[in-house]
Design a protein. Structure first.
Length: 187
């Protein structure tokens, strides 16, 4: 038997983080996605234990200022794309600048310098990931998804999807449908 699972990375990361902090009796306060304030100084061995425990889940404590800002940019973009409440009707460049308190030019240059990719490309990749999730876990059609993600047209979404994944959204849906049918036949 196969299970098809829908999951939310933000919720998973938050739960893992809260669990590990509580296990180590660290007093904390979650400030924002990807940002935690430690309410007391912790010993270096406890810090190392926390860091290792989080690394087991693919969660990394970011320490240098450039990396911290890059992570904040990624967090804001992920929140902007995946969170319907923050899916506002302003340009992503304006949204990022307002949320992070830096000019978009600065954020864009820093992001490219550190990641060797553009903010725009990261946004597209996140939108394609969200499109995949929506195709897998909802009854929304491609037109509804394109509207939800603020694409100018279904063709624009389809082109970006194919450029990112190598297949069209329709082919993606057919492959998933076929896999589910095969899995159900095996059970």
């Amino acid at each position: 038997m196969k299970l098809f699972i829908k999951f939310d990375f933000n919720t998973i990361c938050k739960k893992v983080l809260e669990t590990k902090l509580k296990e180590l009796n660290i007093k904390y306060r979650i400030l924002a996605f990807g940002e935690v304030e430690l309410l007391e100084k912790i010993p270096s061995d406890t810090y190392e234990t926390l860091n290792n425990a989080l690394n087991d889940y693919g969660i990394e404590i970011v320490e240098n200022q450039k990396s911290i800002l890059i992570q904040k940019i990624k967090d804001v973009i992920i929140d902007m794309v995946f969170n319907e409440d923050s899916n506002v009707n302003i340009k992503s460049s304006v949204y990022l600048s307002e949320k992070l308190g830096h000019s978009y030019g600065y954020l864009s240059n820093l992001f490219s310098e550190v990641t060797y990719s553009s903010i725009e490309n990261f946004i597209i990749l996140q939108k394609i990931e969200y499109t995949k999730q929506l195709l897998l876990s909802t009854d929304l059609n491609l037109t509804e998804i394109a509207f939800k993600l603020k694409y100018s047209s279904v063709a624009h979404l389809s082109t970006q999807f194919k450029n990112s994944t190598g297949i069209t959204p329709s082919a993606f849906q057919r492959i998933i449908s076929k896999r589910r049918t095969i899995a159900q036949q095996k059970n």
